[in-house]
Design a protein. Structure first.
Length: 349
């Protein structure tokens, strides 16, 4: 994979910075500054397609979130300051930030499907993958990546895949799509950890059985453990599902520096994982991959990891490590495979 010549799509807006808690909170505007620094460092003089983060269309939200929840959310956010749960704050700028973050994610998905670009990154706050259809949780108000996936389907994609490498399980995204066969959801996360969902046995249901894959990895999992998970589960499932767009819930809190978890990923690992996903997208003939920012709470780790991810998206690829994974990590991958093969044996032939 050589250097990219088509533009790199970027969603960003200063309105996201206004979403700020009254006191100290790990989900803070400085995170975006760090991510922006990493992105600028990687992009250099490569062409960038700036996409507007316009407010999400009501129909896009209604496809993911319950109408009663959206009405309650509007009422709550009108109060200015407060909390939607113990972890999830809102401030006077939160309504604009959340609704434009979801709109920006949808815009990225549509741009990639329309051929305006093949790769892109939505630098969004607040994050979204914990937001359920009917409630906010875990710093998340609206489920940005779920909105993006449905927008891609509405734009003509037959199938979409979401790879969630945030250290916390994307419970909201899983629950939105777990009974559907057109969206593959693969999550790599520390287990056990907040929010307590994402066991290997959770593989979807009904028509979606096998299209939810949870890699519930032990604390301390390293670059080698994630590489093993990619080789044995993530990449084969993507090839079998053959999505028209790969979306990444790109949280960077599995980094060894992150204060909210206990994983051991290096910054370079994110570039290697991104390269692997981009390689599959190229194999499928379209090359479409969109990254949507989720967590990541150490600023230096966030900057370095975003830089590695974007560098990969621009064609500066790197390989997954070849060293053997620790036994505990391999056992976790074995558990996922054992559960998934029951419902979707052709995905792992």
């Amino acid at each position: 994979m050589g250097p990219m010549t088509d533009p790199f799509a970027l969603v960003d807006d200063r309105c996201f910075d206004v979403h700020r808690a009254r006191g100290d909170h790990p989900e803070r505007p400085e995170r975006l500054d760090a991510a922006r620094d990493g992105l600028r460092r990687a992009v250099g003089d490569a062409p960038v397609l700036a996409l507007e983060a316009a407010e999400v269309a009501p129909a896009d939200l209604a496809a993911i979130h319950a109408s009663a929840y959206l009405a309650d959310l509007e009422d709550a956010l009108a109060d200015g300051w407060g909390h939607l749960d113990a972890d999830t704050f809102f401030a006077p700028g939160s309504r604009e930030a959340a609704f434009r973050a979801a709109g920006g994610a949808a815009r990225l998905a549509r741009a990639l499907m329309a051929g305006e670009a093949r790769r892109g990154f939505a630098l969004l706050r607040p994050p979204g993958h914990h937001a359920e259809a009917d409630r906010a949780m875990g710093f998340c108000l609206l489920n940005n990546v779920a909105v993006a996936a449905q927008a891609a389907l509405d734009a003509g994609a037959a199938r979409v895949a979401i790879v969630d490498w945030d250290v916390h399980h994307g419970n909201g995204t899983q629950h939105v799509f777990e009974d559907r066969e057109d969206v593959l959801f693969v999550s790599l996360h520390q287990w056990p950890l907040y929010p307590g969902t994402g066991a290997a046995r959770e593989i979807g249901r009904g028509a979606g059985a096998g299209r939810t894959l949870n890699l519930a990895l032990p604390a301390g999992s390293s670059d080698e453990g994630y590489a093993d998970a990619f080789r044995r589960v993530v990449l084969p499932s993507l090839r079998a599902h053959a999505p028209d767009l790969i979306l990444v819930s790109a949280g960077f809190d599995a980094h060894q520096r992150d204060p909210l978890a206990s994983m051991e990923l290096s910054s370079a690992a994110y570039g290697a994982m991104a390269s692997a996903l981009l390689g599959v997208a190229d194999e499928l003939g379209h090359g479409r991959v969109g990254f949507v920012l989720e967590g990541g709470y150490d600023l230096r780790a966030l900057e370095e990891s975003v830089a590695a991810t974007v560098a990969a998206a621009l064609g500066r690829s790197s390989d997954l490590p070849e060293d053997a994974a620790p036994a505990a990590s391999r056992a976790a991958v074995d558990a996922t495979l054992a559960a998934a093969r029951v419902a979707w044996p052709e995905g792992f032939e």
